[in-house]
Design a protein around this ligand. Structure first.
Ligand code: MOS
Length: 740
């Protein structure tokens, strides 16, 4: 632990490029001879393709190739090994065009390549498949009734103390909470541009949160050398977890591009975004909570049931937050997953915890009412000072400060706790709260810093930025650490030719990459100090050798601490040494956190207005207080939480994926029918940071904040609706029809 950074907040370094439209996204690269790929997709849900007629498509104007399972080239990664053959179906996965099996409605059955996008789209519409249908099930309720949950290590029961202890508590509640499929739907639709150089070398512009993960997947599937697979992702227009996987459409574009030997571009349609790039799984959760009459938790039982695809076991930590958010001696949790004939779910903002906290934080509110206790007071009464699940102290925990900051801001103490007691004209007023927890961690990363003879610095790391402002935060951090104006620092990212960076996700990018950037800057200062140790500028009568501890680094100069007039610029040092650049490469290791348990926290407060006659719900105020450790850049950090809260508004009031189970097909796979929060739904969101450094996790003191900003928000809304109306709605989204 070196030191904690002091910082000022710089503007988003790529802001101008983004708002002026010069930032390039993956489907915006053009090359001479570019061709376009369009997918044809299945219109049955389960079965096999008996025959596929591609003649009309092949003969359509401008078409260069049509690829299906019948003519897809043999790929090294498609060969099944004896080990893979032994896997259960839910672990086998799905490889595009590898076989004639249909696993979900809308599965790609062909890719058509043509000289224009319109011609490819037209030709794709001419493809006809003949199927043998099998009986499918896409209905979660039906699967729970008559299906079998998956088995294995991911589904072990957790018991601490006594199981189901809540039943014997003097005050108790039991309730079931349900939530539907939710879809990420970033503004930027997933797209890819592929440029093959022969059969063995490829460059792709791909929407991905993980450059190295994408590179690995392509190396494996196509049997290529790592150095022959270059991934470039300069900008991402949002992803929220939908861009970790290398999805079937990307593999299809790669296969097609190699076949036709031309640069190819493929962009999904908005409705394909609903079933080809993952979604948050539907879930049902039962909570049993019990407490002593004075409000001490005696038992928590959290049972969650979720769904996955028949070909892919996706799991997430839905029940994990319930094990450690509160101090409770008796906790048991179960987690079950049923396979359905749908495309696979994936991580979506605050994966697991967002789903789990909706249930836990609703149940906490219900129990607080049963106890006739204030919901915040109840949480404080059960504040966990150590992590009882892992039996470890916290690296840092400022959840108490979050309760206080948020309650103060929304004026919580002025609320009348009685449900349906507060009114403004025809509107019923309600206040609610919900808390969030999300693991903080730090992975391994590499960063390179180069100081140039003109006094500017270049930072490099092969990371991507889906919007949180990674380049801005890293520039901010480097400017403060180096004592150099941020205008003299540029951050190069988004390319596998750069030193391998971390993935963007899991709320770990700043902690992980920041550690490497900080270490690179610190070592750069040591190196600079060593280069000038004999420099006469710093000599006094008694001192003839300066050490790094004797110096301050400010505004591009090394200065003697005791006499700042004795100074030399970094540029001067590099120039006089005759160097073209001074390079520091830093490999920072992940932190296994052996002795501590690390989490970020959020407490959300919401004021809702519910129209007494129509049931229309408006979020009037949203205050989120967050402990994410030290804040590196307040502007981008605030935006990050605002974005999470907007997602939380959608989750609690609007978002719901609807599937017609007769056909296994999406009903509302477009922005007209799948509602997300828009400007009119979003109040002024007030974000408060505790802004205290975590002294253990990393030397920069930052935890993570991408996920925790949405965790617990939906419960804050439903709890506020209960306070306003006296109606406890346990099924999100809460729409007006559920209130009248
Ligand atoms: Mo996030 S679900 O790690 O993009």
């Amino acid at each position: 632990m070196d030191k904690i950074i002091e910082q000022t907040d710089i503007d988003r370094v790529d802001g101008i490029q983004k708002v002026t439209g010069t930032a390039k996204y993956s489907a915006e690269y053009d090359f001479p001879g570019m061709v376009y790929g369009v997918l044809a997709t299945s219109n049955i849900t389960k079965g096999i393709i008996n025959a596929i007629d591609t003649k009309a498509a092949e003969n359509a104007p401008g078409v260069l190739a049509v690829i299906t399972h019948l003519n897809c080239p043999e790929l090294p990664g498609y060969k099944s090994t004896p080990e893979q053959d032994k896997l259960v179906p839910t672990k086998k996965g799905y490889k595009v065009f590898a076989d004639n099996i249909i696993r979900f409605n809308g599965q790609p059955i062909a890719i058509v390549v043509a000289d224009t996008f319109e011609r490819a789209t037209h030709a794709a519409s001419l493809i006809k498949a003949n199927y043998t249908k099998e009986k499918h099930n896409t209905d979660f309720d039906e699967a729970i009734k008559s299906g079998t949950p998956l088995e294995g290590n991911n589904f072990k029961e957790y018991v601490r103390g006594e199981a189901n202890a809540w039943i014997n508590a003097p005050v108790k509640i039991e309730a079931e909470y349900t939530m539907p499929i939710e879809v990420h739907l970033p503004m930027e639709i997933h797209g890819i541009t592929v440029v093959w150089d022969g059969e063995d070398k490829v460059t792709l512009y791909e929407k991905t949160q993980s450059l190295s993960g994408t590179q690995r997947n392509i190396v494996r599937t196509f049997g290529l050398k790592e150095e022959n697979v270059r991934i470039i992702t300069q900008f991402i227009g949002g992803a929220f977890g939908s861009a970790f996987n290398t999805w079937p459409h990307s593999m299809a574009a790669l296969i097609a591009g190699r076949k036709v030997g031309k640069p190819i571009k493929l962009m999904l349609t908005r409705n394909q975004m609903f079933n080809l790039v993952g979604y948050r799984p539907e879930a049902k959760q039962k909570l049993g909570l019990g407490a002593s009459a004075d409000g001490k938790l005696m038992g928590i039982t959290h049972e969650a049931i979720a769904m996955t695809a028949s070909y892919n076991e996706f799991t997430e930590g839905i029940v994990n937050g319930s094990r450690s958010l509160y101090e409770c001696p008796n906790v048991n949790t179960t987690y079950k997953v049923f396979p359905l004939d749908l495309s696979q779910p994936t991580w979506m903002r605050g994966p697991g915890e967002t789903t789990g906290a909706f249930a836990l934080e609703s149940a906490m509110d219900e129990l607080a009412y049963a106890l006739k206790m204030d919901p915040i007071e109840f949480r404080l009464k059960n504040y966990a000072e150590t992590d009882l699940e892992r039996k470890k102290p916290y690296s840092s925990k400022y959840l108490k400060e979050c309760y206080e900051l948020g309650a103060e801001k929304i004026n919580w103490k002025e609320r009348n706790p009685e449900p349906r007691s507060m009114k403004e004209g025809d509107w019923l007023i309600g206040y609610g709260t919900g808390s969030g927890i999300f693991s903080a961690w730090r992975g391994a990363a590499k960063a390179v810093a180069k100081l140039l003879p003109d006094g500017t610095m270049i930072l490099q790391s092969g990371v991507t930025d889906m919007g949180p402002g990674t380049a801005t935060a890293m520039t901010n951090l480097a400017a403060e650490t180096m004592g150099l104006s941020h205008t003299k620092i540029s951050f190069e990212m988004g390319d596998t030719n750069l030193p391998p960076g971390p993935m963007q996700g899991g709320s770990g990018t700043t902690s992980t990459l920041g550690t490497a950037v900080f270490a690179a800057c610190e070592n750069m200062k040591k190196k600079l100090a060593a280069m000038i140790k004999d420099n006469a500028v710093f000599h006094t009568e008694i001192v003839h050798e300066v050490k790094v501890e004797d110096l301050v680094f400010e505004n591009g100069y090394m200065m003697l601490k005791t006499d700042k007039t004795k100074k030399i610029s970094y540029a001067e040092v590099i120039k006089s040494a005759g160097l073209s650049e001074l390079e520091i490469s830093e490999d920072s290791k992940g932190n296994p956190m052996l002795n501590h348990s690390a989490f970020s926290y959020a407490v959300h407060f919401v004021k809702v207005k519910v129209h007494s006659k129509t049931g229309v719900i408006k979020i009037d105020r949203a205050v989120s207080a967050v402990d994410a450790g030290k804040i590196i850049n307040n502007k981008t950090a605030e935006s990050q939480i605002i974005g999470a809260v907007v997602g939380g508004i959608g989750m609690s009031l609007m978002e719901e994926g609807v599937i017609d189970h007769r056909y296994g097909r999406w009903v509302n796979n477009n922005f007209a029918d799948y509602h997300v929060a828009v400007n009119a739904d979003v109040p002024n969101i007030e974000v408060l940071f505790v802004d205290k450094p975590d002294p253990v996790l990393n030397p920069i003191g930052a935890k993570g904040m991408g996920e925790v900003g949405i965790v617990g928000f939906a419960a804050a809304v439903t709890n506020a609706i209960f306070h306003a109306t006296g109606k406890r709605i346990r099924e999100i989204p809460v729409t007006a029809d559920k209130l009248i």
